[in-house]
Design a protein around this ligand. Structure first.
Ligand code: GDP
Length: 388
C-alpha cells in the first residue's frame, strides 16, 4: 500500500518522521509524508521529512509559537490556510498513492483542531480514502487535554473514512510519565502501522502465499468509525540447518525430512498462536473486540514461514470472535528473522475508554460554563465602572 502521511502538530510530525525513517531503512518506498505545524521549533526538530515538506501555518496569528493547546485556533488557522496545505500535498505527488493517513495527538491544539479540517478537505479533493491515527491523551495530562480530544475525535470520526486510535494511557507503564514514554510509544505505533500500511507491496522477498492488496485494507476500513490494532511478534527464527555432508548425511537427511513434515503443521500452529496473541494482547485502543464489525489479519515474515492454512484458520478464529462476519487476511514476505502478526479490528462498537473521555469532556464543559457564570456576576454589585 502506498500511503501519504500528514503529521499534524508535534506528536503527528514526530511519528510521521519515524514512518519515513522506517521506510528508508527498509528500502520499501511505500511511504511519503509531510509535517504541518504552527510551532516552528517542532518542525525544526524533525530529521527525516525533507525541509521543503515541513509547512508552518498560522504565522500571522501565532508567529510560529504554536497555538498553545487551543484547538479552536488550530482548526481556524488550518481552515484559513488549507490551500497552502493542499499545495504542499500536491507538490509531493499523489497520483500513485492508495490512501492518506493524518497522524495527530488529539489532546493538544494544532493537530487536534487541524486534523478534522484537513480530513474534510482531502476528502473533498481526492478520490483516495482518508484515514487518521488519533492519539488519546492520558488523563493525568489534565482535563483540558481530554476535553480537546473528545471534541476533536467527535468531529474527526465524521470527516475521516476511518480513525485508528492509540491510547497513550493504556501504553505507558505504571509510574512512568507520559512524556518519558513518548519514544517507546511512538516506536510501538510505527511498528504496528508500518506492517499494516505496507501490506500488498512486493518487496525483495517476493510474493506471499495469500497476497493481500491495498483494496483489502480499504474494504476492511470502509465501515468508518474507530478502529484498533493488535500486534504480536514471534521469537527469533533460528537459521535452517545447514546441508550435512559426509558419512552421516543419509541419516541426518532422513531426520530432517521428518522435521520438515512436522514444521508444516508447526507453521500453521505458530501462525494461529501469533494471531491469537495479537488480538488478545494489548490493542492500540483497549476495547471489547467482540463488537468489531470487520477484521483484517496480516502476517509478515520470511517466505519459508508463511502458511496458507495458518492464515485461513486464524481468519476463521477472528471471525468467530467478532460481531461481524467479514474477515480478510493474507501474508507478505519480508526478509526478517521474525514473523509479525497484525490484526485490525475495524469499526468498534464499544470502547469504555472513549465513553470515559466523552464523560470527562461533558463535565469539563459544564464546569467551564459554571465558572464563567461566577466570573460574570462577581462584579455585578452596583459599583459603576470608570467608563463603558
Ligand atoms: P500540538 O502540537 O498542539 O498538536 O500538540 P502535541 O502534539 O504537542 O500534543 C498533543 C497530545 O499528543 C499530548 O497531549 C499528548 O497526549 C500527545 N503527544 C505529544 N507528543 C507525543 C509523542 O511524541 N508521542 C505520543 N504517543 N503522544 C504524544
Amino acid at each position: 500500500m502506498r500511503v501519504f502521511f500528514i503529521g499534524f502538530g508535534q506528536a503527528g510530525g514526530k511519528i510521521v518522521d519515524m514512518f519515513i525513517e522506517q521506510d528508508k531503512r527498509m528500502q520499501t518506498q511505500s511511504f511519503r509524508g509531510i509535517a504541518v505545524n504552527t510551532a516552528r521549533t517542532d518542525l525544526m526538530g524533525l530529521k527525516n521529512i525533507e525541509l521543503k515538506d515541513r509547512l508552518l501555518i498560522g504565522q500571522t496569528v501565532v508567529k510560529g509559537h504554536g497555538v498553545g493547546t487551543d484547538n479552536v485556533t488550530g482548526a481556524r488557522v488550518t481552515a484559513d490556510e488549507i490551500d497552502a496545505i493542499i499545495n504542499a500535498v500536491d507538490s509531493r505527488g499523489t497520483h500513485d498513492i492508495d490512501a492518506f493517513v493524518i497522524v495527530a495527538g488529539l489532546g493538544g491544539g494544532t493537530g487536534s483542531g487541524g486534523s478534522p479540517v484537513l480530513a474534510r478537505h482531502l476528502k473533498r479533493i481526492y478520490r483516495e480514502p482518508v484515514y487518521a491515527i488519533g492519539i488519546l491523551p492520558a488523563p493525568e495530562e489534565g482535563r483540558l487535554y481530554s476535553y480537546n480530544a473528545a471534541r476533536s475525535l467527535s468531529t474527526l470520526v465524521n470527516e475521516a473514512d476511518n480513525t485508528f486510535i492509540f491510547d497513550n494511557s493504556a501504553w505507558k507503564n505504571e509510574g512512568e510519565s507520559v512524556k518519558d514514554a513518548y519514544n517507546r510509544l511512538n516506536d510501538e505505533i510505527v511498528r504496528r502501522f508500518g506492517v499494516l500500511f505496507r501490506a500488498g507491496e512486493v518487496g525483495k522477498a517476493g510474493v506471499g502465499e495469500m497476497v493481500v492488496d491495498s483494496s483489502e485494507v480499504i474494504n476492511t476500513l470502509r465501515g468508518g468509525g474507530i478502529s484498533t490494532v493488535g500486534y504480536a511478534i514471534s521469537e527469533k527464527i533460528s537459521p535452517r540447518t545447514k546441508q550435512n555432508q559426509g558419512l552421516l548425511s543419509g541419516l541426518v537427511r532422513k531426520k530432517e525430512k521428518t522435521e520438515e513434515v512436522l514444521t508444516g503443521e508447526d507453521k500453521s500452529a505458530k501462525i494461529i498462536a501469533l494471531v491469537r496473541r495479537a488480538m488478545l494482547g494489548r490493542l492500540t485502543l483497549p476495547c471489547d473486540y467482540s463488537t468489531a464489525e470487520r477484521g483484517l489479519v496480516l502476517l509478515a515474515g520470511p517466505p519459508d514461514e508463511m502458511d496458507r492454512k495458518g492464515v485461513e484458520k486464524s481468519k476463521s478464529w477472528v471471525e468467530e470472535n467478532i460481531a461481524g462476519v467479514e474477515v480478510r487476511g493474507g501474508d507478505y514476505p519480508v526478509q526478517s528473522d521474525y514473523i509479525a502478526a497484525v490484526v485490525v479490528l475495524a469499526t468498534i462498537g464499544n470502547a469504555p475508554r472513549i465513553t470515559e473521555l466523552l464523560e470527562i469532556a461533558k463535565s469539563t464543559k459544564e464546569d467551564v460554563l459554571k465558572s464563567k457564570e461566577k466570573r460574570s456576576t462577581m462584579f455585578d454589585d452596583g459599583i459603576e465602572p470608570l467608563f463603558e
